[in-house]
Each structure stands twice: as structure tokens, then as C-alpha cells.
Write a protein that binds this ligand. Structure first.
Ligand code: ADP
Ligand code: MG
Length: 232
């Protein structure tokens, strides 16, 4: 049997099934949508952080993503998806003081670096980029699933994305499933005791609260799913 070439979406019309494509506009829609959603949910995220942290998560994420949108809007000329993500990551690192800035900053930088210079990409590159993002977060923060952090939302989302794309689903459908898996992971942080980050200082008192970083991560995943499904 010939090797399967259908999954090599390195460009061309059949690159992405289902009429969706991932390009610089998609990435801009993602980051702009994430910024809007984080802005809207800022007080909620801060309330969650007030319960098990220092009540700054909403303001941190809102400030960082607002700066990202401003930075991307100010870029001269067209920029490739990878460059947009690298720029966004750097902006988060330099504008957010809390743990979430370097963590999301690293995630987006790694995703950007994984995409390189390509103007458009398909499911394999998308999976590779999100894998790299997760790896960056884990390398920097050393949290594993179950530690009650953003990894509890991001890891199942990335896993689900890979599985669904391997099963032949469209990018839009796979991202929607990934978002749902992220939300499930977010909800599953409630009964956990935190063992990383500020919430871990509370020991058992962190039990019974939803992790703020997992919550903002679910919002960012929602914006990603939305950026593809509303394409066109
Ligand atoms: P800070 O904790 O510095 O005030 P934020 O409030 O902005 O920063 O972010 C808190 C969130 O960061 C937590 O809810 C958690 O999801 C995430 N987080 C904290 N430490 C880690 C870590 N080591 N690895 C992964 N995520 C972490
Ligand atoms: Mg905080």
C-alpha cells in the first residue's frame, strides 16, 4: 500500500478539510477574541484568584491581552502567523507581572516558533504548535495535570485536538472538541488541592475553588475554536 499522503497538508486546496484554513487572519481573530473574552470576564477571573491567590488574575490577563492587540494592530505590513504569536508572547512577558504572563508568553512564543515563517498551515502544524505551547508551560512552571493550574485545561485540550484530527475531523470540529475538553479540565480543578503556584500556599484550603488560570485558559481555547468556526 502506498504511504498515505492525504495528511500532508503542506499547502494547496486540500490542505484543510471542511473549508477552514488557518492563517494570519485566523491568529489575529484568535488573539483579538481572547482579549475581548478576558476583558469581559476580568472581574470573574479576579474573584476566582481572590479565593485562592492574590486577586490579580483578571487584571493580569486583561492588561496583557489588551497590550497584545495594540501591538499586533501597530505592526507594519503583513506578518506570518508564527510572527504574530511570537510577538504576542513577548508582549505578554513584558506586560504581565504575575505567573500567568511568562507562562502564556512562553506558550505563544513556542507556538510561534513551531510555525516558523509559513503563511498558512494545516492540522499537523496546528497540533505541533499547540504541543510546543504546552511543553513550554510545563518546562517553565513544572506543573503536571492534577496540580490545579492552567495545565489542567490546556493538556486535555491539546490531547483532544490531536486525537480528533487524527480521526479525520475538520480543524473547526477538533478545536471545538478541544475547547470542551479544556472546560471539563477547568471544572475538574474544583476538588483538587493546588500543588503549584500561589494557591499551593493554602494547602487543603485551596480545595473547592476553580483555578483562575485554568479558567482563563478555557476562555482562550474558546476564542481559538471561534476564530476558525467564524472564518470567512
Ligand atoms: P500570580 O499567581 O503570580 O498572581 P496570576 O494570578 O496571573 O499570577 O495567575 C495565576 C494562575 O497561574 C494560576 O491560577 C495557575 O493556573 C497558573 N499557575 C501558577 N503557577 C503555575 C505553574 N507553576 N505552572 C502552571 N500554571 C501555573
Ligand atoms: Mg494572582
Amino acid at each position: 500500500m502506498l504511504p498515505c499522503t492525504r495528511r500532508r497538508y503542506a499547502g494547496g486546496a486540500e490542505r484543510v478539510q471542511g473549508g477552514t484554513s488557518v492563517d494570519a487572519d485566523t491568529v489575529r481573530r484568535w488573539l483579538t477574541g481572547a482579549a475581548a473574552s478576558l476583558h469581559e470576564q476580568r472581574d470573574y477571573l479576579t474573584q476566582l484568584d481572590a479565593a485562592i491567590g492574590d486577586a490579580d488574575h483578571g487584571t493580569n490577563m486583561d492588561r496583557g491581552f489588551t497590550a497584545v492587540v495594540e501591538k499586533l494592530n501597530a505592526l507594519d505590513g503583513p506578518a506570518a502567523p508564527g510572527q504574530l504569536l511570537t510577538t504576542a508572547g513577548g508582549t505578554l512577558v513584558s506586560t504581565v507581572g504575575g505567573a500567568s504572563g511568562p507562562l502564556w508568553g512562553t506558550a505563544l512564543r513556542r507556538a510561534g516558533r513551531a510555525l516558523g515563517e509559513a503563511d498558512e498551515f494545516g492540522s499537523e502544524e496546528l497540533t505541533t504548535a499547540l504541543d510546543a505551547a504546552l511543553e513550554g508551560v510545563v518546562e517553565l512552571g513544572a506543573a503536571q495535570e492534577g496540580d490545579k493550574t492552567m495545565v489542567d485545561a490546556l493538556a486535555p485540550a491539546v490531547r483532544t485536538l490531536r486525537q480528533r484530527l487524527e480521526q479525520g475531523e475538520t480543524i473547526a470540529a477538533a478545536l471545538s472538541a478541544a475547547h470542551e475538553a479544556g472546560e471539563e479540565g477547568m471544572r475538574a480543578t474544583v476538588p483538587l488541592q493546588a500543588s503549584k503556584g500561589r494557591a499551593s500556599y493554602l494547602g487543603e484550603r485551596s480545595i473547592g475553588h476553580q483555578d483562575p488560570g485554568a479558567t482563563s485558559t478555557a476562555l482562550i481555547l474558546g476564542a481559538l475554536a471561534q476564530s476558525v468556526s467564524t472564518e470567512g
